[in-house]
Design a protein around this ligand. Structure first.
Ligand SMILES: Nc1ncnc2c1ncn2[C@@H]1O[C@H](COP(=O)(O)OP(=O)(O)OP(=O)(O)O)[C@@H](O)[C@H]1O
Ligand SMILES: [Zn+2]
Ligand SMILES: [Zn+2]
Length: 802
């Protein structure tokens, strides 16, 4: 077994395979699959992952591995297989799939450098770039406006060269510790002999006689209120000694969490957890869909199932959406399992995340709670995987590899023969459909644990407001209600559902929204051309002057941001103290938490925000939730827009009246008759599910069909269109009869950073060869991708249609 098969860090489809390298004698005993190595590749040195060791290669003249970066594999055999599966499933590169499974700091860092090889003049841009130097950093190039194409030409001509300098980042944190340098009885003697003037030295020495364990230098200095010079004296006398030890950056102070104990489960909880416990006990895989209304105690079920897993000596992964990974959520898991929990999310620094990852890797914890990528936690004895709020779109990664954490979780669940729980008050339609078919096992919690009724939802028709002469964003009833709550010292949450708000056109008189006649999707307004376009099928029409439905001239698109709402709000109710929470006010690390804490401490009456306020928050003093614009998401060019509206309204309604005070929800809309709004008002998931399934069936959307979205982009408009056309043509030649290919059409965001974007969508029922076919078609563009900066991406089962 002297040959290693290596996936190298070159993200190009022509390199997407293993390369064979000789394992030099000195690495023979240590090298294992799953380790990172440095290998020569062409003229450079790059990083790669060893995926296997073999004894023979069909190639000759192999090169040797230069160095190894890990002493223990960072990818387990399971994860190596999973990476391969992931790459194939999502049509991405093996290297990209492996990188996605690891924390950022483990991705080797290359410093790229350009060297000038000739004295002959270079192209003008390159001359300016080198500015008399022989070496220049590659990063400068990327920021300096010299096109990649120019550089490539110069490299091909032998005028310049690229050097790759691999370095692994400094990642571990060390702290200095202090410990006794001699045996206790020798220290006793020393203490006797010590001058009484050296009081502090005596105290410290006495301490170490009692506690001979090593202890952090800083904490000694703090504890004895002493200085470094006192310590130095003890060191110089040879009584104590220093040592450096690696420590973890722990982002959480585990002592601060109050220990909680398992609650006695309600009957419904008991019924739901029973089969899960049985599966844990018997090592059986199944997917459980836990459909429980907000406040029904899903989290307690997770906690108790995990306890079983821990008792069995196995491990648990809990995924929660990034934005609901609030301190409240962390507290619940740390409160039950203490330091046995690692937490992984993007608000942690790279170093902190790496340390949490290593606690998992070294099996120092049995539970990880984290956002999407925590599904790759390198546990080897998984006993359960839980996905909370499983309908959330953030479980889908939007760049390569475009995977859904749910699919990965199920794949791992099968491998480890352990249950997977998908929990939600509003399951994704696809998931619920699977549960109906018996693919998933359904458990339902219909009651809140405290038996409190769900808050009443009042739907306000904003067209009536207009007719009554109220043109503001606040209906009379919302305004009066806010004022009433504030005067009582209660708090209000206001949701402005902003996404996509200004892209569709609506009649303010009658609520009519202009839709595509073929696709059941709101048309998107394009300001430049004053046209309305469908982003699925390329249908377009001019922006109407009056409403086609009621002839009013009040048909227009309009946009409003949270900031303007805040201003309007303070004019309307001057005494209200408003906290605004949106992308602008939460950009800084920790800002999100700080705002929530302020609100919890009643430093504000109103929390005004976008989607990010809808999830998981639990404030006892909130008695009113207002939704300013329920329709804005409804009209996104996305077949899931009704589903997303229903989910959001249900989630946000669940924020009111969770405790003793009864709650109320006011939903403002121009289309109160829309089933997603009406049914969310009655918390009627089942009927919503049935109605939405009919729509999906009629227009052939998931779960009735599968989708693949191919997006092509290029600086040249014609090139983008033509390439997409070529793809569509090749597809038509090979797909099954009942498969539909829509496009080419411009992407909803038709130009990003001067690149034109076109797309086509494949709708299919059964297309076993589709992945292979797509890979083949895309490979035909390899040259354009490499030399001409054409970009093609494939999204199997897309969630983002923009
Ligand atoms: N068996 C129980 N007995 C008493 N209280 C319980 C029980 N189970 C859960 N609770 C409490 O009920 C409240 C709601 O439970 P929890 O937050 O777990 O519900 P959830 O379904 O996860 O809600 P959401 O979807 O709104 O986040 C919590 O305060 C929790 O401590
Ligand atoms: Zn259309
Ligand atoms: Zn109208």
């Amino acid at each position: 077994m002297t040959i290693a098969k290596v996936i190298v860090d070159v993200p190009a489809s022509s390199i997407n395979q293993t390369f064979d390298y000789i394992i030099p004698e000195r690495f023979q005993d240590i090298l294992q699959p799953g380790m990172r190595v440095i290998v020569p590749f062409g003229p450079r040195k790059i990083m790669g992952y060893v995926v296997a060791r073999v004894s023979e290669s069909s190639f000759n003249r192999l090169k040797e591995i230069i160095d190894i970066l890990d002493l223990t594999p960072i990818l387990t055999p399971e994860l190596l297989d999973l990476g391969k599966w992931l790459a194939e499933k999502t049509l991405s590169l093996y290297i990209t799939a492996f990188q996605a499974m690891l924390p950022q700091v483990l991705k080797a860092n290359y410093k790229k450098e350009l060297e000038r090889l000739t004295d002959a003049p270079l192209s003008e841009k390159l001359e300016i770039f080198f500015a008399g130097r022989d070496f220049a950093s590659y990063e400068e190039l990327e920021n300096g406006g010299v096109s990649f194409y120019h550089v490539q030409k110069a490299i091909q001509a032998g005028d310049i060269a690229v050097h790759y300098l691999v370095k692994s980042r400094v990642t571990k944190k060390y702290t200095t510790f202090l410990k006794p340098a001699r045996d206790g009885h020798l220290l006793e003697e020393a203490l006797q002999d010590m001058s009484n003037k050296a009081k502090k030295q005596q105290e410290i020495l006495a301490f170490f006689i009692e506690h001979p364990e090593e202890i952090e230098l800083n904490s000694v200095i703090k504890q004895f209120e002493t200085t470094r010079s006192v310590i130095n004296a003890l060191l110089n006398k040879g009584f104590l000694t220093l040592l450096k030890k690696e420590v973890y950056r722990n982002p959480y102070d585990d002592d601060q969490f109050e220990q909680t104990n398992p609650l006695e489960l309600t009957e419904q909880q008991q019924a739901a957890i029973e089969p899960v416990k049985q599966h844990i006990k018997d090592n059986v895989h199944d997917v459980f869909l836990l459909h429980g209304v907000t406040g029904s105690g899903k989290t307690e079920i997770y906690l108790q199932a995990i306890q079983d897993v821990i008792d069995k000596g196995e491990e648990a992964i809990v995924l929660v959406p990034e934005i609901s990974l609030t301190p409240q959520m962390v507290r619940r898991f740390k409160g039950r399992f203490g330091s046995n929990v690692a937490v992984m999310h993007s608000a942690l620094s790279h170093g902190e995340r790496y340390d949490e990852w290593r606690r998992i890797h070294r099996k120092e914890v049995q539970v990880v709670v984290g956002a999407r990528s925590a599904v790759f936690a390198p546990f080897e004895n998984l006993g359960i995987i839980i996905i909370d709020e499983e309908h959330e779109n953030s479980y889908k990664q939007e760049d390569s590899p475009r995977y859904h954490a749910r699919d990965v979780a199920i794949q791992r669940g099968e491998y480890h023969r352990c249950p997977v729980i998908l929990g939600s008050a509003t399951p994704a339609l696809e998931s619920y459909a699977r549960a109906q078919k018996g693919v998933y096992k359904l458990s339902t919690l219909t009651k809140r644990t405290n038996e409190k009724a769900m808050p009443e939802v009042n739907i306000v028709d904003m067209r009536d407001e207009l007719h009554a002469g109220n043109r503001s964003m606040f209906s009379r009833s919302l305004k009066d209600n806010i004022a009433k709550r504030i005067s009582r010292g209660e708090q209000v949450v206001l949701l402005l559902n902003r996404r996509g708000y200004s892209t569709f056109v609506m009649c303010r008189e009658c609520g009519h929204v202009q839709e595509c006649p073929h696709c059941d999707i709101a048309l998107t307004f394009h300001k430049h051309s004053n046209q309305l376009k469908c982003h699925y099928c390329a249908y377009e029409e001019p922006m109407p002057m009056d409403c086609p439905s009621c002839s009013s001239d009040l048909i227009r698109f309009f946009g409003t941001g949270t900031q303007r709402i805040e201003e309007a709000l303070t004019q309307l109710i001057p005494e209200a103290r408003v906290l605004r929470m949106d992308v602008d006010t939460t950009r800084r690390k920790g800002a999100h938490e700080k705002l929530l804490n302020q609100f919890a401490e009643k430093q504000a009456d109103i929390l005004l925000g976008t989607q990010m306020i809808a999830k998981g928050l639990d404030f006892e003093n909130v008695t009113l939730v207002g939704v300013l614009t329920a329709d804005s998401m409804l009209n996104l060019p996305d077949f899931r827009s009704s589903e997303k509206t229903f989910q959001l309204l249900t989630q946000v309604s669940g924020r009111a009246g969770r405790h003793d005070l009864p709650g109320e929800v006011i939903v403002q809309t121009y289309t109160p008759e829309h089933y997603s709004i009406e049914l969310a008002g009655h918390y009627n998931f089942l009927q919503f599910y049935q109605q939405e399934m009919q729509v999906r069936k009629q227009f052939q959307y998931p779960p009735y069909v599968y989708l693949a979205l191919i997006t092509v982009s290029h600086q040249n408009h014609v090139k983008a269109v033509q390439s997409t056309q070529k793809i569509v043509k090749s597809l038509w030649k090979h797909v099954q009869q009942d498969t539909v290919i829509l496009g080419p059409t411009p992407s909803p965001i038709s130009r990003i950073k001067d690149r034109y974007r076109y797309q086509c969508m494949v709708k299919y029922k059964q297309e076993p060869g589709l992945r292979t076919l797509l890979s083949k078609i895309i490979r035909q563009f390899d040259d354009d991708v490499r030399k001409d900066d054409l970009q093609i991406s494939v999204d199997m089962q897309p969630y983002q249609l923009m």
